[in-house]
Design a protein around this ligand. Structure first.
Ligand code: EPU
Length: 420
């Protein structure tokens, strides 16, 4: 497995182009299964998760061709079975279930299983599909879904911690081809859900209300091919914004969507980080000494759980006490013990991390545990004195396009050590 060797202490300066959003493109690719016609998606980031979704679609019978930042997909013929070896590698692959069911009237898809950030059940996905008339059984680790005809229904998709992003995507996709009108209450409001609805509408679906908690989908007989450009990755943008503040540098995020970043930018401003907006570009730098802030992660438009780890690193560098509370995933604090190896003082009290910030970080070998934790550890290494080696960086390659090259361009001293 590759690792990243970082010689920290260099302020990052310059411009970084924000890639297409991983969490938007994965459901968009699944949505192409809803039509036998060709679809074209632009601004596709070159990520292992995206290539992996391509493999899943290929295994189902679709033609998938990547060309630069564009993917061409045509699912002229399809089979409705996706096995464990494919699905277990990436939880997002569960969002093929809705499209397969809608197109083929039956599907057998492996349950994805848990992951390091929490148990990640799919009960709400199944509840939503059942509300459209699907007969769902779970046997030997597989979801078997059958529905000779899906018919529109009302479904409440709020779970124990709020809405579900991929659950909303799954039900929304299935409902596009159902008879009648589906109403999803407590739908996820994330920009990635809106992006998916826009793509589906371009394919001929009739969806209104995406981005609000109530989404209505009037079913149509068939969808056709469409061309679409993926929204910029708000989590990548937030990660680079935090890297600018953490290294006391100045980074301009080119092609970001500031309107998708409100909660993050608000907290950064509270922490005395200056954010200057110039159209779709944002320039980020410290306004002076950093100030501690308390952060609670919430579904959109709240502070994203996917930026919690990176924000924690910034707070370790900030004199004073900050409390970071994780409300979306129950065990998303795997980075805490690794940050402690760099000298951070953080204690966990239930869902909260109490950060006593201000002590300088110093480099050490550390281990990445999940995608966003890896990004946080890289930021910590960039801000620390001395040398940090972040091991198991395959996690970061799942969701950050060419992160080492982008950081290098900003002046970071970072090298990828290839596994031999
Ligand atoms: N949940 C349930 N039942 C369900 C589905 C979810 O209880 O059927 C719970 C989850 O256990 C969690 C909460 O609801 O506690 C929210 O989970 P959600 O379903 O919204 O997460 P997801 O759709 O599986 C997406 C992103 C995650 C991101 C979350 C929250 C993709 C591919 N993944 O996951 O991204 O953290 O929404 O915003 O879109 C990442 O990019 O690193 C990542 C983990």
């Amino acid at each position: 497995m590759d690792s990243l060797l970082i010689k920290g202490g260099v302020p990052l300066e310059g411009e970084v182009h924000i890639s297409g959003a991983k969490n938007a493109v994965l459901p968009l690719m699944a949505a192409t299964l809803l039509t036998e016609e060709p679809c074209i998606i632009h601004h596709v980031p070159d990520l292992s998760d995206v290539r992996f979704m391509g493999q899943i679609l290929t295994s189902l019978g679709a033609d998938v061709r990547f060309d630069g930042g564009t993917v061409y997909i045509q699912a002229a013929k399809l089979k409705g079975m996706a096995d464990y070896d494919l699905i277990r590698k990436m939880r997002a692959s569960i969002c093929i279930l809705g499209p397969l069911l809608a197109r083929l009237h039956q599907a057998k898809v492996s349950l994805p299983g848990g992951c390091i950030i929490g148990s990640r059940p799919v009960d709400l996905h199944l509840k939503g599909l059942a509300a459209l008339g699907a007969k769902i059984t779970v046997k030997a680790g597989y979801v078997h879904a059958k529905a000779p005809r899906l018919s529109g229904g009302e479904v409440f998709l709020g779970g124990r911690v709020g809405p579900t992003v991929l659950g909303t995507a799954n039900v929304m996709m299935a409902a596009t081809l159902a008879d009648g009108v589906t109403v999803i209450e407590s739908a996820a409001c994330e920009p990635e859900v809106v992006d998916l609805a826009n793509f589906l509408n371009a394919m001929g679906a009739r969806i209104t209300g995406a981005g609000s908690p109530t989404v209505q989908i009037a079913g149509v007989k068939a969808l056709h091919g469409a061309e679409h450009e993926v929204i910029p990755d708000r989590i990548e943008a937030a990660t680079f914004a935090i890297a600018a503040a953490a290294t006391d540098g100045e980074i301009t995020l080119v092609g970001a969507r500031p309107d998708h970043l409100s909660a993050v930018l608000d907290k950064l401003r509270d922490a005395n980080v200056k954010v200057q907006r110039n159209g779709r570009n944002l320039t980020v730098k410290r306004g002076g000494e950093l100030r501690p802030v308390d952060i609670t992660t919430l579904p959109y438009s709240g502070f994203p759980t996917d930026v919690q780890a990176q924000a924690m690193v910034l707070m370790t560098l900030t004199p004073g006490l900050s409390i970071i509370t994780e409300r979306v995933f129950e065990s998303r604090f795997m980075h805490v013990s690794e940050l402690a190896r760099l000298g951070a003082e953080i204690s966990i009290e239930g869902p909260s991390a109490i950060v006593k910030g201000g002590r300088p970080l110093s480099g050490a070998p550390i281990m990445a545990s999940d995608l966003r934790a890896s990004a946080a550890l890289v930021i910590a290494g960039l801000a620390a004195s001395g040398t940090t080696v972040v091991n198991r960086v395959y996690h970061i390659d799942r969701g950050y396009e060419k992160i080492d090259a982008k950081l290098k361009k900003l002046g970071a001293r970072i090298e990828r050590i290839k596994e031999t």
